[in-house]
Design a protein around this ligand. Sequence first.
Ligand SMILES: [Zn+2]
Length: 348
Amino acid sequence: MTEHITLLKPDDWHVHLRDGEALKAVVPYTAAQFGRAIVMPNLRPPITTTEQALAYKSRILAAVPAGMQFEPLMTLYLTDNTPPDEIARAKAAGIVALKLYPAGATTNSDAGVTDIRKTYKTLEAMQRHGLLLLIHGEVTDSDIDLFDREAVFIERTMAPLLKDFPALKIVFEHITTKEAAQFVATAHGNIAATVTAHHLLYNRNAIFTGGAGSGLRPHYYCLPVLKREIHRQALMDAVASGSPRFFLGTDSAPHASQMKEASVCGAGCFTAMSAMELYAEAFDGAGALQHLEAFASKNGPAFYGLPAHTQTVQLKREAFALPEAVPFGAADLKPLRGGETLAWRLHS
Ligand SMILES: [Zn+2]
């Protein structure tokens, strides 16, 4: 049995850091685990301009504890009206990507894209300047079953997009289905995917099996929602295949516990406190620990055109008691698996 592994310092290619007091509460957890992170722009109001992104970046850096090295990689929120000339400004300011949310797909996405065709001039500018397009890949039509929205998005939007923009680098974010895993593994074009720890560890039963076996567990509710076991298995097979097209993106998405334990529960799992521990558990469970370093530390930088880190970290098989809740401004925040003891621990 492997007792410890050493890997190059990992990065998180998809995280929600929020703003204000919430930002100050969560940034230290991500900075403790990762060297860099792609920061999602879905604040309220969303980060749609270079100027807003740079101001947000300085608030993030101000929340990094002294002595920690952490680089936030900034993104803009793509709307129907993002002007193509914003892309050159973004590139010059070091912004690396734009995030496409179909309007209404998830938390704070009402400003999202209503029709992909409306963004084509901006996508052309991104292709020209080498900015990446990060996609929340779900249709939002109310007549499409919630569990089928990712698969339908592939046919309707993702496949045509790859044909129309062969040189645009596209990341299919937080994939959850065997259809998405197969599409990314085999598609022609510049496509890769992030995979969360919770979609590698859990199927949809996890949402419905709390307490005595029949309680609803809101902390396991996220979007795209957890799927059937066959899909979890396909995601695990994809990341364990060693394909460079799959890399780490936690989609850690903090909500105050009263927002999760409410009659209308916010979508998102907070995993930043124990991200590498959860990924280690998933890869270990599949006998695939030898592929964790490429997934966590090499494939992401390679796709983004950035160097990998040179420092290393260690994961040890060592009991790690995760607190049930931590402060979140005036509220509290419950990590996924809070109150439980995890089997792995990150030493950085
Ligand atoms: Zn997200």
